[in-house]
Design a protein. Structure first.
Length: 449
């Protein structure tokens, strides 16, 4: 075991060391070699050493350098050193962190991290929290709590009786709501199409003046950080309107919730704390490994009622059982990495990470504008939308930039305009990386002018 792990660690270190100099996208040759994996299962065992050797030699070159400093797609950042190391250690511990009694260390780390996060996000200390796989399941968990609370007020136990015959729940969303929100609504039986959509402004912010009249059990879903523009809905006005009608307000803050942690961006989140639940991703801007998100619910009992289970073989505890708040019973100790990220960065480090990435996004926008290209959004956070002319030209620039390998940015369509989306979200991105990526972008754009 020792020799295997030491060899694996060295391979991982070599991979990470090469990220700054390699092409961000894998070569066509490296991707083609993945076909060698498509073989029948062997009859006899293979040594663990050979298994790791095959993984490294065949798969490592075919990976996208998402952990590196110049990947600007999908609003994701590479893992902080402390979080990657904590992930390795927690995997060695191999703790099934659903219950406090058998896994007290990892359950306690999760509780401590939850307390720190509530303080960092400026939310009530009594909120319930669910450490889940990402923003999709965070939205799912928070909305399950909303469903429970609203139907309980109407005299219906949805966990026991289901939705057949239950009072109808109205769901209100902005026209720019993220697709994962609709997926969560579908999983909950609330329907992806049974929503009332509110018009948005030019930045994608829900218009409070266009809110429909609200009555009966209602969930209003608002957004902290539009996935294209980074814009924030007007939380104060929307919460006031919703709560006056007895509605539940849920905030999809997959990456935008982190704006609350920086003095430079906290103003964007004015009124956010007035909501009833919140969802975020840790791998987006806290830079932890994947499979890590958080649902927060003001009414912790509503979250527990929607998620908790009991069985004779499951030990009870006076301490917080993580599985009482999550969809899973068996689950990895993902709170360990979150604790490690927060402990390694501290309050100041988190704020500096947010501020640095936002400043780098603004620099991208300024450089693109100076070269005569159109930036479509007001760069209030870490998102930049740029177009290089018509749709065909913009798509050619995106494709060539991805293939050239200096950096990787994705495409999108924003209010009828084809654009390239630059998402600056990584601790590893330096100002030199931004300059290098900007130079490559402008060079390729000039070739298509």
């Amino acid at each position: 075991m020792r020799e295997l792990l030491e060899d694996t660690a060295q391979r991982a270190i070599s991979y990470l060391d090469g990220l700054r100099t390699r092409s961000v996208a894998p070569s066509a040759e490296a991707v083609s070699k993945l076909a060698t994996l498509d073989a029948p299962l062997t009859e006899e065992p293979t040594s663990p050493e050979l298994v790791i050797k095959l993984l490294d030699e065949i798969c490592s070159p075919a990976t996208m350098a998402m952990a590196g400093p110049r990947f600007f797609g999908f609003v994701i950042g590479g893992s902080l050193p402390a979080t990657l190391a904590a992930n390795w250690l927690a995997s060695a511990w191999d703790q099934n962190t659903g219950l406090h009694t058998p896994t007290p260390a990892t359950a306690r780390l999760e509780q401590v991290a939850l307390n720190w996060l509530l303080d960092l996000f400026k939310l009530p200390p009594g909120c319930g929290g669910a450490f889940v796989t990402g923003a999709t399941m965070a939205n799912f968990s928070a909305l399950a709590a909303a469903r429970h609370a609203l139907l309980a007020r109407a005299g219906w136990n949805v966990e026991a009786e289901g939705l057949f015959g239950a009072p109808a729940i109205t769901v209100v969303v902005g026209e720019e709501a993220h697709p994962t929100l609709f997926k969560s609504l579908g999983l909950l039986g609330l329907g992806r199409n049974r929503v009332r959509k509110v018009p948005v402004d030019s930045e994608g912010r829900m218009r409070a003046d266009a809110m429909p009249p609200l009555s009966g059990p209602t969930i209003v879903c608002v957004q902290a950080g539009n996935v294209n523009t980074g814009a924030f809905d007007p939380f104060s006005e929307l919460c006031e309107l919703a709560h006056a009608a007895g509605a539940w307000v849920h905030v999809d803050g997959a990456f935008g919730l982190w704006a609350t942690a920086s003095p430079a961006t906290v103003h964007l989140s004015t009124g956010l704390a007035n909501a009833d639940s919140w969802a975020t991703d840790f791998h987006k801007w806290l830079n932890v490994p994947y499979d890590s998100g958080l649902a927060l619910v003001r009414d912790a009992d509503a979250l527990r009622a929607a998620m908790a289970i009991t069985a004779e073989y499951l030990p009870t505890s006076p301490f917080r059982n993580p599985s009482d708040f999550t969809p899973e019973l068996s689950r990895r100790a993902r709170g360990v990495e979150v604790w490690a990220a927060l402990r390694s960065l501290g309050r100041r480090g988190v704020a500096e990470l947010i501020e640095r990435n936002c400043r780098q996004a603004r620099h991208f926008a300024e450089g693109l504008k100076a070269a005569g290209h159109t930036v479509l959004n007001e760069v209030v956070l870490n998102q930049v939308l740029v177009t290089f002319g018509d749709s065909e030209t913009t798509n050619r620039v995106i494709s060539q930039l991805q293939a050239e390998g200096t950096c990787w940015c994705g495409g999108t369509v924003w209010q009828g305009h084809t654009a390239m989306r630059i998402s600056v979200s990584s601790w590893a991105t330096t100002d030199a990386d931004v300059e290098r990526s900007l130079e490559a972008t402008l060079r390729i754009a000039r070739a298509h002018a």
